[in-house]
Design a binder for this molecule. Sequence first.
Ligand code: PHE
Length: 415
Amino acid sequence: MVILQEGQVYKIITDKTQKSMTFYITYVDRLKDEVFVKVFSPFSLYEGFRISTIENKTLKEIIDFEKIKNFYFENIPFSIKNKIGKLLYQKENHPICIVKNKINDFFEKYDKFEFQNPMVSVRNNFDNLLIPQNHPGRKESDTFYSENKFLVLRTHTTAHQTELLKKKITKFIVTGDVYRRDTIDASHFPVFHQVEGVNVLGSVSDKVVIEHLKDTLSGLIKHLFGNDVKYRFIDEYFPFTNPSFEVVVEYHGIEMEVLGSGVIHKDIMKNCGLEGQNGWAFGMGLERLAMIFFDIPDIRYFWSEDPRFLSQFKAGEFTKFQPYSKYPSAIRDISMWITEGFEDNYFFDLVRDLSENLVEEVSLTDSFTNPKTNRSSKTFRIKFRSIDKTLTGEEIDKILNEIKQELINKDYEIR
Ligand code: PHE
């Protein structure tokens, strides 16, 4: 009989799906003979967990399921957890904060809120915003959940809209870090920053609100990009606004979406005790703006603690980033047999977790199913490049082997 140890990581194979799952013991109350377990593998859900094995012993020999009191699902990897609380948007000489302040200057008369804890209720992040149960943004492969999916790392700053409206706060700006699983490349990072604006204008028509919204956003775009900026509004869809618009800005000949917006859905106003009132909301990401304004070529720089990066920026100033060097890259491929339920995002997460930001880009280069065996294979190409040093072949292969080992631990077969 294995004695479960606190802080130990255990792996089990679920009998239902035959997938592996990792969990660790948070607490063992030996007096009451109770065990507290926490699951942190994103690879499968706790629901399939019945009779399973640890080191070839049935789980029943090890855990008495009646005794598990606090067994909950969470899919937040360590590489994400250690970004929580960094508060880049509050560091006055940091590019993200400089852009934030520039936006706040424009919205001088709006109440400003910064909720430092990004962990919010699923209700505030999704349900209260009329986001349907089957919306892709709710998928475990896209979103970081905790506490048995009661809490979520906010996926947008809109998560704070209804709680403020319910308090009759109706003209405000919210800034914060938001979290979404994503691909790995120069402009995507699973943690980024958003600014949200809301203004309830009173019992006026949609037409009045739309006009006010477009005037305000036009002013904001000019405030940020200059009076000669070329931009346009295009129709969009968001569950929480109707109608909805996106603003597309042309910058150096390239069109880019800079924000989403619209007239706040009537049901939201009603649910917040503001029936008959009408207002608008918008949300915009800060990284993309900062990358343009400061000439920052890779989104990973924002997380750099290298003084050669940080010392280059000063509150209120929009200076161009001077790269200290571009270090060489190295390419490695991993081919693996995948099983049902595999999502590319899980692979990206694993790479992020084990590579400490030494990977610049991951791309899917091949994918096929063997018609005879019906097995599917995927090949991912990993481009290693540090933003602040030259990596040795040894360092790279060490990370590569760790990634492979973790895949093997999760019962994936490397080809
Ligand atoms: N929350 C939306 C997003 O993250 C942006 C948005 C905010 C759209 C407010 C409309 C109104 O993409």
